[in-house]
Write a protein that binds this ligand. Structure first.
Ligand code: F6P
Length: 346
């Protein structure tokens, strides 16, 4: 009987439970695996006793539509740089020892670029067999067309913009929505287009206050007294460094300065983008990834990450998967945004 471990790492994303469910249904239910869930990312292997959750089709009933992760997660559990009472220590060999003592053939690691980088180091430095599954609302993992969780986050942004639209129009306001994405603008770009934003600023295109103000003024000239502005949390003005936590406030200040008397308000969407039930496309994608992960393990393709390429599930070496994946200025969606007269600020 194959004995496999599975963990979820980094920030949660809608669809984590759908991946776990698919691995359980296919790996355990059909292929006869013993599947051990590891709690709170690698942390579950760094404590004594280990924190484990046997996963069976019965124990995983009813989780497809649930947000979060039944295994728990953390983005503070790097075993190579682990916080302890006497400072940070490298405890990666403890992960290897745990995998050996639990007689696990390998670990399915469901995570974003940070977690997948840890998995890769465990494989390269300690020979731990790992198989990645790309998770993040940010969609910033190279080598896969899309990550699960992203569509749900975009749906949340689009819904928020619909709500803000009504208030912006009723009050003749400029409403700014700050969205997540870390240093990539995928959520802002997709969510902004879906929600009919007038201005979208993303980290990859430093913005000019002059352009943003001109767009708002131009709309006023055609009788549109309100505007919707989407600001990615990593966006910054041209020539200035990013000030963490201040992306939307900085844009608001610029608009108020350039267009005195404008009623500008900021909404920070925050973790609403991460929790909650996955939208249908994320449930499908997460299920495809879970099944794909089982197929890769069965084929002995450890060291790879399951990916979606041109609509087909495949595997890619982890070292290629952990490359950054920013929005390129020649991305077709940038053209689309400009074509429908969305101001990108630069
Ligand atoms: O990577 C997912 C993400 O939600 C980013 O978009 C965001 O910058 C970060 O995690 C927030 O992390 P935390 O929940 O630890 O504040």
């Amino acid at each position: 009987m194959k004995s496999i471990g599975i963990l979820t790492g980094g920030g949660d994303a809608p669809g984590l439970n759908a991946v776990i469910r698919a691995v359980v249904k296919y790996g355990v239910g059909q292929n006869g695996w013993r599947l051990t869930g590891i709690e709170d990312s690698f942390n579950g292997l760094l404590c004594r006793p280990y924190r484990l959750m046997p996963l069976t089709p019965t124990s995983c009933r009813g989780i497809l539509q649930r947000g979060g992760t039944i295994l728990g997660t953390t983005n503070r559990g790097d075993p190579f740089d682990f916080p302890g009472p006497e400072g940070r220590v490298n405890r990666a060999s403890d992960v290897k020892d745990a995998v050996d003592s639990l007689k696990l053939e390998g670990l399915i690691v469901v995570g974003g670029d940070g977690t997948l980088r840890i998995a890769r180091r465990l494989m390269e430095d300690f020979g731990v067999a790992v198989l990645g599954v790309p998770k993040t609302i940010d969609n910033d993992i190279a080598a896969t067309d899309v990550t699960f969780g992203f569509a749900s986050a975009v749906a949340c942004v689009s819904d928020a913009l619909d709500r803000l639209h009504a208030t912006a129009e009723a009050h003749d306001r400029v409403l700014i929505l700050e969205v997540m994405g870390r240093d990539a603008g995928w959520i802002a770009l997709h969510g902004g287009i879906a929600g009919g934003a007038d201005v979208i600023v993303i980290p990859e295109i430093p913005w000019s206050g002059e352009r943003i103000a001109a767009k708002i003024s131009d709309r006023r000239k055609i009788g549109r007294q309100f505007s919707l502005v989407v600001v990615a949390e990593g966006a910054r003005p041209a020539g200035e460094p990013i000030v963490p936590g201040k992306a939307a406030a900085r844009v608001a200040h610029e608009i108020e300065t350039r267009l005195p008397g404008t009623d500008v308000r900021v909404t920070v969407l925050g973790h609403l983008q991460r929790g909650g039930s996955p939208v249908a496309p994320d449930r499908v994608l997460a299920t495809r990834y879970g099944v794909g992960a089982v197929d890769l393990v069965e084929a002995g393709r450890w060291g790879e990450m399951v990916c979606l390429r041109d609509g087909r599930i495949d595997g890619v070496r982890l070292e290629l998967a952990t490359q950054p994946h920013p929005v390129r200025v020649d991305d077709p969606l940038i053209h689309v945004a400009r074509a429908v007269r969305i101001e990108l600020g630069g």
